[in-house]
Design a protein around this ligand. Structure first.
Ligand SMILES: [Zn+2]
Length: 194
């Protein structure tokens, strides 16, 4: 893979999950798909985030900061027990403060138009890529606060470190590939034990 290639793992996932999943793993170990500004640029385009001008190192730092916080919060939300996936070095309080730092750049606003009537929208105190990250943090907040039945899931496919959003209640894997690998592993375990 070229150095700026970002695997577009599962384009149907919501954007916060796609940001979480820029940490991914294969047989060689865990990889970070947001290691360079070029990779960030590629990821932004993959997610359909509007172009806001050239991205820089600061944008990369902030995207990674939000990503790491989201992974920590997701791990807490789903009681993630995958050692390779969870950044145990980051306290939940720290991750929350990071997320809230991003969302504090937005204010709810009531708007009206002839088509939709009154509706809630957001006004952002930042523009450019900062605004896009603030919007993404808002989406993540919605996703994490859906109530007792959190639809976010951690994939327990062998070696997998990805998260996914339950598009249907019984979905247990990030992908059919992980589901198959998990079934095969279970089969071998059963036979080894029996
Ligand atoms: Zn998986």
């Amino acid at each position: 893979m070229a150095s700026d290639d970002v695997p577009d793992l599962y384009p149907s996932e919501p954007r916060p999950v796609r940001l979480m999943n820029t940490i991914w793993a294969d047989k060689a170990g865990t990889h970070d798909a947001l290691a360079t500004v070029g990779q960030l640029d590629r990821w932004v385009r993959q997610c359909g985030i509007p172009a806001t001008g050239p991205l820089g190192e600061d944008d990369l730092l902030r995207a990674r900061e939000l990503r790491d916080a989201l992974r920590r919060l997701a791990a807490t939300a789903v009681n993630d027990e995958r050692p390779a996936a969870v950044d145990a070095g980051q306290a939940v309080e720290h991750a929350l403060a990071t997320l809230n730092g991003f969302t504090s750049q937005s204010t709810p606003e009531l708007r009206w138009d002839g088509e939709r009537g009154f509706h809630r929208d957001w006004r952002f105190g930042v523009d450019g890529f900062g605004r896009e990250l603030a919007a993404l943090a808002l989406e993540a907040g919605e996703l994490l606060s859906e109530g007792p039945e959190v639809r976010l899931g951690a994939c327990y496919g062998p070696g997998c470190v990805l998260y996914f959003y339950r598009s249907h209640p019984r979905r247990g894997w990030c992908s059919a590939g992980c589901g198959n690998r998990a079934r095969v592993a279970r089969h071998y375990r059963r036979h080894a034990n029996g």
